[in-house]
Design a protein around this ligand. Structure first.
Ligand code: MG
Length: 391
């Protein structure tokens, strides 16, 4: 087993949208192709990219992680005879100190995705099936629950346009939608809250008042006072979840919020290692019977690390069903189906071509099935395959 070639490129995914923290006008993504040889003359090329919210990692890839992977030499096979991304991952992380994860986790995650795509292709299996066989006693879900993430801020977008957007998602087969809140910088808290309540109530009306069909996302913008004020105002709506109300690394303040806000809280998309996730679980006061964990394998050292995170969660009494990864990509969707997660994010209208799933699998009643082709399934998504093929 050997890595024989690695190529990388940078693709633009900029758009005019914004959340409460950043705009996406200059957003980029790293894209890689990694070829693996099995030793019996067979080879497979896997592809990887980083999900939205973090920029391309061209320098880290070029200077450290691609050279180390390229020089990893003969790698031990998995006990099932197939390619095992774990030793390749260890080679990439040689001479990296613990802690201070920064965005190297994004660079490693891009390569890790490609390694898993190649491993599944060498085995002739869809990744979800390979994962179920290796790590879940062969049990894969038939489909995954997904929800439509949108409701971004956009110049000139009013409440009516927000409701129209949500209507389109329902028309596509989604049953649960998510909207941004807290994105009125400079506005006094009281005014911003009243404006957001108007936006939330308009979407709830579209959903016949069914709060469990709506999530709201603050993108880490609030301090404790704003998070509590909003929490107090929205807790009667029965929302599906209140996402990233606080700075993602401020665990103690999450614990305080959780004492005062009983409905589900979701967070974790900006925690990039098992150790950061463990700190959230130990100190964040989150509740394993209702809260939602959104660690994104593509941003946090890939699936090798995500498997460690899932093991850590089990040790702390958390079911993998509490995990609904950020990112809206096919990699996390395969993981959700193969390892029994709670579902996956989806962006029906933004972050193309990296967001979104196979063309042949429509959303039905808020769920999606997996295509039965080897690898992650990029070849079944035309717009993305055009970008990956160019490598
Ligand atoms: Mg979010």
């Amino acid at each position: 087993m050997k890595v024989t070639s690695i190529r990388q490129a940078v693709a633009p995914i900029g758009s005019a949208i914004a959340n409460a923290y950043i705009d996406f006008s200059k957003m980029t993504a790293s894209v890689v192709a990694v070829t693996v040889e099995s030793g019996d003359g067979r080879s497979a090329t896997g592809y990887g990219f980083n999900s939205n919210g973090r920029y391309a990692q061209e320098g880290l890839l070029r200077e450290r992680f691609i050279p180390r992977l390229a020089e990893s030499g003969e790698l031990p096979a998995h006990p099932d005879g197939g390619f095992d991304p774990f030793p390749a991952w260890a080679a990439m992380m040689k001479n990296e100190k613990p802690g201070g994860h920064g965005e190297r986790s994004v660079a490693v995650g891009v390569l890790d995705m490609a390694l898993w795509d190649a491993a599944a292709k060498l085995a002739g299996l869809p990744l979800w099936k390979l994962l179920a066989d290796r790590y879940n006693q062969g049990r894969a879900d038939e489909s995954a629950w997904i929800y439509a993430a949108g409701g971004y801020y956009f110049p000139g977008k009013d409440v009516e346009a927000l409701v129209e957007e949500m209507k389109r998602y329902l028309g596509l087969g989604y049953t649960v939608v998510k909207m941004k809140i807290g994105g009125s910088p400079g506005m006094p808290l009281r005014e911003a809250l009243l404006l957001d309540l108007k936006r939330i109530e308009a979407v709830l009306k579209l959903l016949d008042g069914a709060g469990h069909r709506l999530c709201v996302d603050v993108n880490g913008r609030f301090g404790l006072h704003a998070a509590l004020s909003y929490g107090n105002a929205i807790q009667g709506f029965g929302l599906r979840w209140y996402e990233e109300p606080l700075d993602p690394l401020d665990y103690a303040t999450h614990a305080t919020l959780a004492e005062h806000y009983a409905p589900p809280i979701a967070t974790g998309e900006n925690l990039f290692s098992m150790q950061d996730a463990r700190n959230l679980i130990r100190h964040g006061g989150l509740r394993p019977d209702r809260d939602v964990l959104q660690f994104d394998p593509a941003l946090s050292y890939g699936l090798v690390e995500y498997l460690r995170t899932l093991a850590m969660l089990r040790e702390h009494g958390w079911s993998p069903r509490r995990c609904v990864p950020h990112g809206g990509h096919q990699f996390a969707l395969n993981i959700a189906v193969g390892l029994g997660l709670g579902g996956n994010e989806s962006y029906p209208e933004v972050f193309a071509p990296f967001g979104g799933f196979a063309d042949s699998t429509p959303v039905e009643n808020g769920r999606i099935r997996m295509p039965d082709i080897p690898g992650i399934g990029f070849e079944a998504k035309n717009d993305l395959w055009a970008v990956l093929q160019a490598l």
